[in-house]
Write a protein that binds this ligand. Sequence first.
Ligand code: NAD
Ligand code: SIB
Length: 434
Amino acid sequence: MKLCSKKWGNEKYLITDESDETLEKGLDEIRIAFNKMPVIQSLLKDFEKNKPLQDLVISCCLHVTKETANLMRTLKAGGADVYLCGSNPLSTQDHIATALASEGIHVYAWTNNTDEEFYECVDACLIPKPNILIDDGADLIVTAHKNYPEYFEKDGCIIACQEETTTGVHRFESMDKNGALKAALFPVNDASCKNQFDNELGTGQGVVAAIYGMHVLFAGKTVVVAGYGHCSSGMALRARGLGARVIVTEVDPVKALKAVFEGFEVAPMNEIVHKADMIFTATGCNNIIAKSHLDKLKNGCILANLGHFDVEIVAKDLYAAANGKIKTIRPSVEELIMPNGNKIYLLAQGRLANLALSEGHPAEVMDMSFALQAMMARYISENRQVLKVKHSILKVPDELNNDVAFAKLEAMGIKIDKWTEEQYKYHTSFEEGT
Ligand SMILES: NC(=O)c1ccc[n+]([C@@H]2O[C@H](COP(=O)([O-])OP(=O)(O)OC[C@H]3O[C@@H](n4cnc5c(N)ncnc54)[C@H](O)[C@@H]3O)[C@@H](O)[C@H]2O)c1
Ligand SMILES: N[C@@H](CCSC[C@H]1O[C@@H](n2cnc3c(=O)[nH]cnc32)[C@H](O)[C@@H]1O)C(=O)O
């Protein structure tokens, strides 16, 4: 059966033969994830009926997982022609790509593609003149700005863009400040229904799954977590819950104080790096585990990055220090022997450990993130005239955020109170005081 778009020999994106087994595995996983995504389920039904994305081309750069597959199917059900490239070479699951290709999604992704191939795939998603770009990390949208500036002109194809993750949003904030952003950009990451569940719950759980996969016990270990933001605070709480002694590092005084008041030890990395049995970075910043820390790392220390890019742990310097004494002991786990003889375990080459070693976030939380993405695409379609002329970061409308929360609660069979008229009046007035 000819299905999956893959690079093969000298030909690009040649359709390769994939076995029925691979296809079936992909379709099964997508179906099982779909069962855990009730908000996406109801949107897909609605999109199938009302076709809100009819005639639109939507290009996405996202982790190619079963949850993303269900977003792609929803966009397609809404009438869009959908293109997908992977947002990280280690997170693409080939059986999911195969299954998606069988459903008519244009997939340009395969595991372990090189940097050059990564950008070829991004380009393949830009050539068809997309109207909406959905990105995870800004690479798709930034590349579109560089290579296809005409798409952003008055009569160009782009209507608006959507961003999934914190680091991507930061990159757009910088573009916006410098007047380089040429389209309306919705930071889906910043909606509370996204970051309070996806970043805070999904990331830490994925890392715990990865460490469990290595048969390593958390209890009794000293765990250093860099950052006390959405992902990192979730990670710190989970490690503590499993019996680890957790030390937090921060640069933001308020976040540091919050960590202290929530019972964590807080200290500069330099002072505690030698104590760590495991170090998890999720700051969005570079050189968290810097060259100067490498000879201080304890024998057996596990290093894992959860932040967007592979810059938080200086992997290149680690490899250079190991000078060839590197062994892959499990998929995506390397043992490096340092000049002082200490063994260090680096996960996913310093790339996102939770996506490379476990399967990314559970479907239950991606349901909310991707429901927001689908609703945003519909909103963009409905407001295309107004949005086409905006060139800045806009807020995801609160109504959409609340709609997702209400839909999730309803699916879980949970009811909440509603303000009475009297309560509403009290809440919205300034007259009543002591
Ligand atoms: N692995 C995943 O699945 C996943 C999921 C969501 C987000 N992310 C990525 O994780 C990173 C963090 O995202 P977030 O939503 O938690 O962001 P956030 O802004 O909520 O948290 C980042 C924290 O790191 C702190 N920080 C910055 N520089 C630091 C430094 N040098 N030392 C110590 N602390 C520092 C900041 O003060 C902040 O509190 C981003 O790159 C984001 O794209 C990954
Ligand atoms: N593109 C970046 C990574 C950003 S990861 C962070 C984002 O991944 C998203 N994510 C986490 N797990 C999954 C998943 O299983 N499927 C699709 N996206 C996921 C999540 O919403 C989060 O904002 C890179 O590879 O360098």
